[in-house]
Design a protein around this ligand. Structure first.
Ligand SMILES: Cc1cc2nc3c(=O)[nH]c(=O)nc-3n(C[C@H](O)[C@H](O)[C@H](O)COP(=O)(O)OP(=O)(O)OC[C@H]3O[C@@H](n4cnc5c(N)ncnc54)[C@H](O)[C@@H]3O)c2cc1C
Length: 426
């Protein structure tokens, strides 16, 4: 690829959403003032710009902010530090040698050599094509995020009679938004026996508006040649197969899909970064460094988060570590630490590797569980020795969980070869 210029920056951040901004600020505050943020959109703030409901920032600011307000705190901070950013600039390649290739209308193709790269490209929605829903392909089938953008940014109402498939947070929030905008939401159908969204969103977005949540249900037919005219929903059995005779037809003009988010991982894959088959994001160590030295990852491109507050915390750690890398402080790569094994109801952990010699005094390990559980213990083992055992009344796949590892515990364990995070009944 022909690049117009070659410039250099200490830390290059790909993506100017909440993760990218928090990473850039932390890298700056850790002593690297030469930070560049690259954003393909026309404004900073990422997906938060279309999330106009409140509920953001409770952990970070102890306030209930809207998405744009939350983003603005970080945009203002970055501006006050004079952090450089480029809008309308799409990163099309990141090489193993940390050469970042961009394209923009103004500057054409450029290549930038980075001391360290922070990947913060966010996630995208799983589309209808991934679902194999039977029926026609008429207009009126939207992903919930597209509908959110249409309503909250473009000022368009995508439909008046709505059925939502999937109970991820964006779908729940859109059920409320569509109702507030004057549409009628007939129901939210969820194929699993539990919701994929936060409990607080089920209460505030469905229960408060009398919108039924049909667990163990899915769409089995979509009618309409030009525009959606009706969808049929049926109950599913324990193998997620529709049960004949349970079909109910819902006349509607809109089917909204909220069936999962996937890390935006093309750049990571092209760079040769090792990806987790569970999260679909990069495998990282305690520094949030990927399998390639000097390339770090954070936010939804690493694993899909439930709350943006945790995105900001994680991204700040990635930015700080990227600065330390540039300063020569952390040179290990992900596969060289002690593996963190997720098992018995724990789907994955971030990070996947921990080097006790190089970790901070404490390390937050985040994870999601595989099912809905009540009164289970979250246990941490160092080799065969259990060092943490904490009872949780309720755990669900829609909510992120975490444990805290202490460096002193890890260093005290002789021949530490495995850290295990799992659920136990007693
Ligand atoms: C449609 C949608 C709606 C959501 N609604 C909510 C909500 O209501 N509440 C909530 O708590 N969470 C919501 N989330 C989750 C939300 O994404 C996270 O809380 C948070 O925004 C993640 O921050 P991020 O910086 O990792 O990703 P994002 O906010 O997605 O930011 C990533 C940024 O990277 C940029 N980018 C991507 N690829 C490139 C590239 N190649 N070159 C340059 N720039 C690039 C994108 O344009 C974007 O600005 C939503 C997610 C989606 C997808």
């Amino acid at each position: 690829m022909m690049a117009k210029t070659t410039e250099q920056h200490a830390v290059v951040v790909v993506g100017g959403g909440p993760a990218g901004l928090a990473a850039a600020i932390a890298a700056y505050e850790a002593g690297e003032s030469d930070v560049l943020v690259l954003e393909r959109d026309t404004q900073l703030g990422g997906i938060l710009n279309q999330c106009i409901h409140n509920g953001f920032g409770l952990h970070t600011f102890n306030e209930e902010l809207t998405g744009p307000e939350y983003a603005a705190r970080f945009i203002d901070k970055a501006a006050s530090l004079g952090i450089e950013y480029r809008l309308g600039t799409m990163v099309i390649d990141v090489s193993e040698e940390r050469v970042v290739t961009t394209v923009s209308a103004e500057d054409g193709v450029q290549s930038i050599k980075a001391g360290a790269v922070v990947l913060a490209m966010g996630c995208r929605e799983r589309p209808r094509g991934a679902l194999a829903t039977p029926g026609f392909r008429p207009a009126g089938v939207y992903s919930a995020g597209t509908a959110q953008r249409l309503v909250n940014i473009e000022g368009e109402l995508p439909g008046r009679e709505v059925v939502i498939l999937g109970s991820g947070d964006i779908g729940l929030i859109m059920a409320r938004r569509m109702t507030l905008e004057g549409a009628h939401v007939a129901c939210v159908a969820e194929i699993m026996p539990y919701s994929g969204g936060l409990k607080r969103n089920i209460v505030q977005c469905l229960d408060d508006f009398g919108i039924p949540l049909l667990l163990s249900h899915t769409v089995v037919d979509v009618e309409g040649r030009n525009r959606v005219e009706a969808v049929t929903i049926a109950q599913v059995d324990e193998n997620l197969k529709p049960i004949p005779g349970t079909e109910v037809r819902y006349p509607c003009d809109t089917l909204m899909l909220s069936v999962g988010l996937l890390p935006e991982n093309e750049l990571s894959r092209e760079a040769g970064v090792q990806l987790s088959p569970v999260t679909r994001g990069p495998v990282v160590d305690q520094s949030l460094q990927t399998s390639i030295p000097g390339i770090f990852a954070c936010g939804n491109v690493l694993h899909v988060h439930d709350l943006v507050d945790f995105v900001s915390q994680e991204a700040a750690a990635a930015g700080e570590q990227a600065a330390r890398y540039v300063q020569g402080g952390c040179q290990t790569v992900a596969e060289r630490g002690v593996p963190v094994v997720a098992t018995d109801g724990v789907r994955y952990t971030v990070p996947s590797y921990v080097d006790p010699q190089r970790m901070d005094d404490t390390l937050t390990v985040r994870f999601r569980v595989a099912n809905e559980y009540r009164n289970r213990y979250v246990s941490v083992y160092l080799n065969d020795k259990r060092i943490q055992h904490r009872k949780k009344r309720v755990m669900a796949p829609g909510e992120m969980e975490q444990v805290m590892l202490k460096r002193s515990d890890l260093l005290a364990c002789e021949d530490l070869s495995q850290i295990t995070v799992k659920l136990e009944e007693e």
